[in-house]
Ligand binder design. Structure first.
Ligand SMILES: Cc1ncc(COP(=O)(O)O)c(C=O)c1O
Length: 363
């Protein structure tokens, strides 16, 4: 496949990644972790690209975090050898798939039944298993205000012959639904709640090898809490309009945009572009917490992307038929997951084409 020299040679819709922004995002998070002596384990569900993970590794990432076993498998095949699948694996089939990966793997559990299943289906070198803690999102995990349940689950993992207690792990995803002024507090709480629980587990006589936090909005606040040992942000690599809304980054740090063409302009203030929900997904925020439009039309702030059909983006404002727009999506991760490829660019110059190798890996 011949690489077009400039984005004018790309058909739309297409996903662009601005190299300087990507590299700045990766370098900043690596430097933040280095400053606090915290291990960086980026979550790959955002970019799903081994080429980006290789850049993260070159900047000191200790390993990768994946959401699903099939996603981890893509990175194992690409030579990444330390993979944490941060998801409650349910059933022997999932555990067998994890065991088949050609890498050092670890995972999590949030109840005793899950621990039993992992233990029954694992063999050989003990599987490192974290206790998943819920510090406020209200998704999976043992609630942070039940220290006795956290200790009991850590003990259950420790007592399981085929498992090894790997530490505590959480994701403060409720930051996505918060007001910008509350993000710092939520980040500090994320770290402090997990560190306090690690103390309770140690008091019960167990070592806690890892205290792992991670979300992009809370990263810089949670990482500063003494006792946190690992950070697992994902979105930070590319950023999105959500992060801008939350005050995490300015729009100039959003590396990913959708290049789309205006295909119809029925009224002076109403137009349609060629990227709809099959490009943007319908996600306007993480964890179902929707805010604002479907994206930011970065080079044309007088245009808004207010709604999506499957193949049409509904624009409000004075667009011209045939003009091309760059739109930073509301939530990057589901957008990348819908694409077969991304184009690394430097302004209008096309530098590389990357496969979204783990696209659709939801098993
Ligand atoms: C378990 C877990 N760890 C880390 C992350 C990464 O956080 P973010 O998407 O804010 O970068 C997520 C995101 O959903 C997650 O669920």
């Amino acid at each position: 496949l011949n690489l077009p020299r400039t984005i004018a040679g790309l058909d739309t819709p297409a996903l662009l990644i601005e190299r300087s922004r990507l590299d700045a995002n990766l370098a900043e998070m690596a430097a933040l972790c280095a400053r606090y002596g915290v291990r960086l384990r980026p979550h790959v569900k955002t970019h799903k690209c081994p080429a980006i993970a290789a850049r993260q590794r070159a900047l000191g990432a200790v390993g990768l975090c994946a959401a699903k076993v099939s996603e981890a498998a893509v990175f194992a095949a690409a030579g990444f050898d330390d993979l944490l699948v941060a998801y409650p694996l349910t059933g022997a089939r999932k555990v067998a798939a994890l065991r088949a990966l050609p890498a050092r793997v670890s995972t999590l559990a949030d109840d005793v039944e899950g621990v039993r299943e992992l233990d029954a289906a694992w063999s050989g070198e003990p599987l490192p298993v974290h206790v998943k803690v819920d510090v406020g999102l209200g998704r999976v995990g043992v609630r942070w205000d039940r220290p006795e349940a956290v200790v009991a689950l850590a003990q259950a993992i420790d007592a399981a012959p085929n498992l090894r207690f790997a530490g505590l792990l959480t994701h403060a995803g409720h930051a996505y639904g918060a007001a910008p002024e509350d993000v710092a507090r939520i980040g500090r709480e994320e770290g402090e709640r997990l560190v306090a629980l690690a103390g309770a587990v140690r008091d019960a006589g167990l070592e806690v090898p890892s205290v792992s936090v991670g979300s992009t909005p809370t990263a810089r606040h949670a990482v500063a809490v003494p006792g946190v040992t690992e950070l697992r942000p994902g979105v930070y690599a590319l950023n999105d309009a959500n992060q801008v809304r939350l005050g995490v980054v300015p729009v100039e740090r959003c590396a990913l945009s959708v290049l789309t063409t205006v295909v119809s302009r029925p009224d002076p203030d109403r137009a349609f572009c060629d990227a709809g929900s099959k490009v943007f997904s319908s996600d306007r925020g993480a964890h179902g917490q929707a805010h604002g439009d479907h994206g930011l039309v970065v080079d044309r702030p007088d245009l808004r992307l207010v709604a999506l059909s499957e193949e049409h983006g509904w624009l409000r404002g004075p667009a011209r038929r045939g003009e091309r727009l760059r739109v930073v999506p509301a939530h990057t991760c589901p957008v990348v997951n819908l694409a077969a490829e991304v184009w690394l660019v430097d302004g209008d110059d096309v530098l590389e084409r990357w496969d979204v190798a783990a696209r659709g890996c939801v098993r």
